[in-house]
Design a binder for this molecule. Structure first.
Ligand SMILES: [Zn+2]
Length: 302
């Protein structure tokens, strides 16, 4: 399947057993009442034009492809069109809240026509890796039971650090934020604290594994572990690791445990904040802000 292939409905399903990280938990009925989120600085939802401009001119397909190359195997992607921003192409109104699963493209280059067509608010990939998704589809693979499939090779281990999980001196704990329907809002205090935790988590996890990457996710940070032995961890081991890290860090346990498999695609646009999801070297982390030139969607790539 070449990257020039026009997006078709084939390979897109509108049902998925799970939801992206930020969308779990006790969330307000955002589809009924438009929530205005409080975001620091000039962070703001991206317009359709901004998304089109980004995926047409700025999206670094090569970097995204290198990211997805490891571990090798077939991967599925998911797009969220406009669930939180309320901004989506009108002709896809019926799809605005549901993850669109794309599991028949070869990497980010194959994904690009879909990005230009749907102009999504968020782009995710499934951390599960399969021997062949074509064969998995033919066999009617149920993603929720993928671990038992012969096609299943493993899952990328990741930690998801979100500002809403922090107890903020100004905005309170997660329950207080959810009660005010502000689960996706965050402030500079929370950003600084979640960044500090990302560094600490990286340093701690580096004692167990050797290939780790910190990714700025738009609101918080992800720590990805690329080591082969982490990729092959059992669900039980993942659950133990998740519980252990959750005692010290503001992580979403269900991401690390593997229940929630979707994670933002690095180099994609986070449409709620108009920032690019990008890896941040550990040595740069302490100085990193959401206004870093590397995270600005309109900045010229070097
Ligand atoms: Zn706060």
């Amino acid at each position: 399947m070449g990257s020039t292939k026009a997006p078709a409905s084939r390979g897109i399903r509108t049902t998925f057993p799970e939801e992206p990280p930020a969308f779990t938990g006790t969330r307000p009925s955002a589809s009924v009442v438009r929530i205005r989120y409080e975001l620091p600085g000039d962070l703001h939802p991206a317009s359709l034009n901004a998304r089109l401009n980004f995926y047409r001119n700025r999206f670094d397909v090569g970097a995204a492809k290198r990211w997805m190359a490891r571990p090798g195997g077939d991967r599925a992607y998911a797009l969220i069109l406009g669930r939180h921003s309320g901004i989506y192409p009108r002709r896809f109104r019926h799809l605005k809240n549901v993850p669109l699963i794309i599991d028949d493209v070869e990497g980010p280059a194959g994904l690009r026509p879909f990005l230009l067509k749907y102009l999504p608010e968020g782009v995710y990939y499934d951390r599960n890796v399969y021997r062949s998704l074509a064969e998995a589809r033919a066999a009617g693979l149920d993603y929720t039971h993928a671990w038992r499939s012969r096609q299943f090779l493993g899952q990328e281990l990741a930690f998801d650090l979100d500002p809403e999980n922090l107890d903020c001196p100004i905005h309170g704990d997660i329950e207080a934020k959810m009660k005010r329907h502000q689960g996706l809002s965050f402030c500079d205090w929370e950003f600084d604290e979640v960044r500090r935790q990302a560094g600490d988590l990286f340093d701690r996890a580096s004692k167990s594994w050797s290939e780790l990457t910190i990714v700025y996710s738009g609101r918080g940070f992800h720590v990805h572990v690329i080591d082969d032995d982490a990729f092959r961890l059992s669900r039980k081991e993942r659950g133990r690791i998740a519980r252990s890290y959750a005692r010290r860090f503001a992580i979403d346990e269900w991401v690390t445990s593997g229940e929630m498999r979707l994670i933002r695609l690095p180099y994609s646009l986070h449409g709620m904040v108009s920032r690019v999801v990008i890896p941040v070297p550990r040595k740069d982390l302490d100085r990193f802000t959401y206004d870093d030139p590397r995270a600005l969607p309109t900045a010229r790539r070097s």
